[in-house]
Design a protein around this ligand. Sequence first.
Ligand code: ADP
Ligand code: MG
Length: 728
Amino acid sequence: MNKLRFQAIQDAVIRLPKPFHNDQIKSSLFGSHVFTKKLMRRFLTKQAFTEVDEAIEKGTKINRNIADHVAASMKDWAMSMGATHYTHWFQPLTGATAEKHDAFFDFDSNGDSLEYFGGSQLVQQEPDASSFPSGGIRNTFEARGYTAWDPSSPAFIYGTTLCVPTIFVSYTGEALDNKTPLLRALNAVDDAATQVAKYFDKNVTHVQATLGWEQEYFLIDKALASSRPDIMLTGRTLVGHPPPKGQQLDDHYFGSIPSRAINFMRELEYESMLLGIPVKTRHNEVAPNQFELAPIFEEANLAVDHNALLMDIMGKVASKHHFKVLLHEKPFSGINGSGKHNNWSLSTNTGVNLLSPGKTPMSNLQFLTFFITTIKAVQNYESLVRSSVASAGNDHRLGANEAPPAIVSIFIGSQLSSVLENLEHVSKGKLSPKEKTDLKLNVVGKIPEILLDNTDRNRTSPFAFTGNKFEFRAVGSNQNCAIPMTVLNTIVAKQLIAFKNEVDVLIKSKKLKKDDAIFNVLREYVKTTKNILFDGDGYSQSWEKEAKRRGLSNLRKTPEALSVRMNKDVIDLFDSVNVMNAVEQKARYEIQLEQYVQTIEIESLVLENLVNNQILPTAFKYQSMLIENVKGLKEIYGDDFSKYAPVAMNSIEKISGLTEKLATACAALAKERTKANSMSKFDDSAQMYAKNVLPLFDKIRECVDGIELIVDDSAWPLAKYRELLFLR
Ligand code: ADP
Ligand code: MG
């Protein structure tokens, strides 16, 4: 019996749910480890509070004395909560989060020790972070990187550490992280959307983007995971035969949650509540052992931070419960992968959701303006939207008949489709009073507040309007939401600016009334965006053909998707709204390509080791046993033996065939990898990994899974799918 796997199975079977008895999951816990505005009001002087509040709401600068005062209060509060260290918490371009802890401890000028955390420690730090990818930014500018306080995301205590959310930039100002471009994009969409919202309500001075993510993940027993080098090192299974029972019965979806998982979730929710993450929904997903967690939506920057933090907490809490949490987009072949829907909208300081149909024709015209402008933005930059979710992991999912295809299209439902049809026929120029009344009463005025198909169950659409928000469903479960959110808010900002210009030109040059001008511009947008709207089955082959005919891109693999970022129109786009300059964009392009290459390189090395050190030896051992068996039969029956040994003989031959094929594919893998690595340009390297290295994974897997079906179960070295996937 294979000892490691056997032990792991034993451990997993006898493992009782780790109880999590905390009856206190209640609203008073919420945010109790966060330095909230409420706390600030208590701890800070009135002047300091006003300054910090302005920095949060308007992005103004905080002066040095105030920063000292805020830092001192933050430290007092943190120490009263048992914190001993502080860290600048940031999101480097690796996509993960980073922290370097320092103690609240220093020497004064007399050499006496004291607790210290001053304004300068709060506002700015210089982590020795030279190992983070910078895409050449730091070399080019010979500049060091520093982290700077982002007051718009509150500080929090995690464990015994005060974490201060920060941006990470070079001394010459280039963003070295994911948060800085996001903040700039949110700023751009705020400015642009406020200008447009003012057409409808002069009191609007501020518009914020909102994000509600839905995080999918798998839970598997830690001991079983440890028996698999592929899961431990790559986050996914590279081999493994599908179990006889998978997700065919759909009996896991919304089913009762196993008690081990429930206890994990309760502790996760408890920890999240302390940190102010408003977790709300939990349920089983389609695949066995797959779950989802979703919070109430928040301002987008905060929501992005909260998702990054949650992914970190998940790993820690899972470990306590003897689980390994898999955030990979496709941990198991033949079983649904995981995504992270990004629900997105815009809301004003006057409390209006700009993507929610309202009660009056005027508020509905406002809704249509933002609704149609978003459609136009996505249509203009559909390939960039695709590229915002590109990663080696997500490539396994997009277009694999379980997740939206790599083709970006928008679902809006039948009611809004007919509204758009009516808008298409608006007259050019000045509208007659009759037409205007008619439009207001019968088109704009007739949009119901609750749309019938707002709970769209057509899950095949990558970008769906769901009643009062758009839902971007192609985001990968392991991704930092900052990248897709930066792209979405940037393209919408750009389009809103264009919209405002077009309307203003019509008002000035053609002397049109505001409403008439808006109808005129919207009409043209409706006419030119038809190709991106699609309400049918996104998984079907006919859609692929149809999309091609419509001129939509279908970028299946990461290298081609990322190459969009280097298109001139894309570079100009980010530059024009001050989200990223060309250098920052090129850096991100290179880093993401490099990550793609490294991911597949590591996977291929792990696969090769698995085959050579675990699969082939197991196959040969079993084959030798069969040979012994046949030899014995020969001893007994002499030349007649073959009559008595057809099954064993057949298996011996099958193993020979499969091991031979396997060794050949493995050798080819090593060769193609070396070739790809020898390319001097990352683009070429990445292309070769996609075209020549990856396809060999399937060949190898086929052989390994074939051997798994022949070899004695008790000798198999790796935990099998049926063991990994069904929590008891
Ligand atoms: P489902 O997609 O499962 O039908 P809901 O429609 O209730 O569920 O909402 C899904 C997610 O959308 C939730 O995380 C919720 O917080 C988020 N959401 C709801 N309204 C908004 C909004 N205005 N902006 C951003 N996200 C939102
Ligand atoms: Mg959803």
